[in-house]
Design a protein around this ligand. Structure first.
Ligand code: ADP
Ligand code: MG
Length: 618
């Protein structure tokens, strides 16, 4: 649902008014920027001719270095050279300590900061430097300021991590058109959004992380069915495994840090050489040896096993069999390893997509998306939701809908609302999530149902259940219900647009306008009926407990008659009659209510000692 564009009066959009939009893959190890030129998306090289910018920032005496220069200096200036910072986006000090990164972390609460010679730096500030370097490169290539960017993030990034990424962009003065999930970007790069439907696996093996995502495509919208992976598994582990093999084969010791680094560099070069060659020379000190592809496959297999396990788990989570997968997209430099490709092909019974450079595929997808969002292209063929097309809400008593997020709200959005129990002692709540504009649940579309259990028993209306509706940038809705005193919680995730065509949405809207008047009357009636039943229930409980003790037989009979009359009226459709009987029952029960009040005060006082009452006065 991209916005329709209208040009200014008297002006037609000329071809040269194309806006400059770029896609940015802000990676853990490497980052890239790409743009659409002509009909093709391409990544942009820096002054050194390299497309990959190492995601490394060094604070020097004279300023900031980003990329290759910073990476090269990491060895001699480790505390001022920050890498793998993506792992700490939106994270606290505790998480940073768990990652065991070799930086000087400023102690304290809250978000992590590193002590550098230029002062304390947050991951947001460090990421902003990387973004600035990429945009600088894009500006030089495209000859002018950049109008908008799409930045990719892992599908599993939570709100805090996404917000931190946006903050970094704001700090770098960028206009963020959207954050896009990395696997979605990869799928877009292959044009998979143009097929009608299908389930897609995105296998992303980078330098230090492995992510697998299962996406479902329906009418140009990608839904994340499941994600999995390992945040400590990547190409670096292959390097380490080769280094271990070299140490064993040569019978030599690791040696000092310098030698260790040299060994790792050699191992990485050997691994990358084996992607194209059947064997390669390796050395350590004066030891010389050969590493064959077959030997490397055997070394790599246990690591690849872990990737495959994670894939199978993600499939299970998505409730899919490997045969149901339509395409497998390979992302990340380490998917160049032939053995990785072989084994992935084996699991899914199909050749994975590898035509687009796996380092660049995410940036390319982001660039395609940026081009559409900035308005250089009609958005018809890429329906990624900007607004919620239909209201999202809950079923309340009487089969009524309560709209929590009204239609046309732009996403992402979070709205919370409090609800309460209907009956005394109610310990569970049925939550029914619905979509649509109509007042009655039966006329809306049911999205999901779940139950919140473990509500502490209280009188009706006393419990506080906070229900939060959150729609992320991908249009994914999560609904969470949380009881406020005990903190019990339950939630569900749905894709509101799933399976809904534009015509179906239009039809639902037409119905809601046509039925607005009728719906409103029906809603008032239902609300009155609910009020009547609630009152009857409360009174019945009270009578059960105290009726005989506090009321004479005649009084009881009178009250029961008034209740019976309201009960009859509530079953009918006459709003006025129900209101009148509610009023009448209120009067008929006044004496009973007063006596119960007096009684409860008396019994409360009777249970206490005099000294207790006195001490409460102080
Ligand atoms: P990230 O997503 O973490 O930023 P990348 O996708 O850039 O990382 O992947 C980096 C990894 O890819 C490194 O471990 C690197 O050694 C590996 N790699 C790059 N080229 C090759 C190749 N030709 N053969 C094998 N591995 C490669
Ligand atoms: Mg990556």
């Amino acid at each position: 649902m991209a916005l329709l564009q209208i040009s200014e009066p008297g002006q037609t959009p000329a071809p040269h008014s194309r806006k400059r939009a770029v896609g940015i893959d802000l990676g853990t190890t490497n980052s890239l920027v790409a743009t659409v030129r002509g009909a093709l998306a391409e990544t942009l090289p820096g002054a050194d001719g390299q497309h990959l910018l190492p995601s490394v920032v060094r604070y020097t005496d004279s300023g900031v270095e980003v990329g290759q220069a910073a990476l090269a200096a990491a060895g001699q200036d480790p505390l001022n050279t920050l890498s793998s910072i993506k792992r700490l986006m939106g994270r606290g000090v505790v998480d940073a300590e768990a990652e065991r990164l070799p930086y000087d972390i400023v102690p304290g609460e809250g978000l992590v900061r590193f002590q550098t010679r230029s002062g304390a730096k947050t991951p947001v500030e460090v990421s902003a430097e990387i973004l600035r370097a990429l945009v600088q490169r894009a500006r030089a290539s495209l000859g002018g300021d950049i109008d908008g960017v799409v930045i990719t993030v892992p599908a599993y990034f939570d709100d805090a991590q996404r917000q931190a990424t946006k903050d970094a962009a704001r700090l770098a003065d960028l206009n963020v058109l959207r954050l896009l999930n990395e696997p979605t970007a990869a799928a877009l790069a292959y044009g998979l959004d143009r097929s009608a439907t299908g389930d897609i696996v995105v296998f992303d093996l980078g330098g230090g992380t492995f992510d697998v995502s299962i996406l479902r495509l329906s009418k140009g919208v990608f839904e994340v069915l499941s994600t999995g992976g390992d945040t400590a598994l990547g190409g670096d582990d292959f390097d380490r495994a080769i280094a271990d093999w070299v140490l064993a084969a040569s019978g030599q010791a690791v040696g000092d840090a310098m030698r260790q680094r040299g060994l790792m560099t050699m191992a990485r070069a050997a691994k990358e050489a084996l992607t194209d060659a059947a064997e390669t020379a390796v050395s350590l000190g004066d030891w010389r040896g050969q590493l064959t592809r077959a030997r490397f496959d055997a070394i790599a297999d246990p690591l690849i096993d872990r990737c495959i396990k994670a894939c199978k788990r993600a499939l299970r989570d998505a409730k899919l069999k490997p045969a149901a997968i339509q395409e497998v997209v390979m992302v990340g430099g380490s998917t160049r390893v032939p053995r990785v490709r072989e084994r992935v092909a084996d699991v899914f019974g199909r050749e994975p997509l590898i035509d687009i450079d796996p380092d660049r595929v995410v940036a390319i997808g982001a660039a395609l998306q940026a081009d559409v969002l900035i308005g250089n292209k009609s958005g018809d063929d890429m329906l990624l939701l900007d607004v919620i097309p239909l209201s999202l809400g809950l079923e309340t008593m009487g089969g009524l809908t309560e709209k929590v997020i009204p239609r046309n709200t732009t996403i992402p959005v979070t709205v919370a609302q409090e609800f309460t129990t209907y009956q005394d002692g109610q310990v569970a709540m049925a939550i029914h999530v619905v979509q649509g504009e109509r007042e009655l649940v039966d006329d809306c579309r049911s999205l999901a149902r779940f139950e919140l259990r473990g509500i502490p028993p209280m009188v009706a209306g006393a419990a506080r259940i906070r229900v939060t509706f959150q729609v992320d940038a991908d249009g994914l809705l999560s609904v969470t219900a949380r009881e406020q005193t005990q903190g019990v919680e339950a939630s569900v995730q749905v894709k509101p647009s799933y399976g809904l065509s534009d015509e179906a949405i239009a039809g639902m809207l037409r119905d809601s306008f046509a039925c607005a008047g009728e719906d409103k009357q029906l809603r008032s009636l239902r609300e009155k009926q609910v009020e009547a039943r609630g009152l009857l229930q409360t009174l019945a409980n009270a009578l059960q407990a105290d009726g005989e003790r506090l009321l004479a037989e005649g009084e009881q009979r009178e009250l029961l008659a008034a209740m019976e009359a309201l009960h009859k009226a509530a079953a009918g459709g006459d709003l006025q009659a129900i209101s009148a009987h509610i009023e009448a029952l209120g009067q008929a029960s006044e004496t009973f209510a007063n006596r119960r009040m007096d009684d409860s005060i008396r019994s409360a006082l009777a249970g206490r000692h005099i000294d207790q009452l006195q001490s409460e006065e102080h």
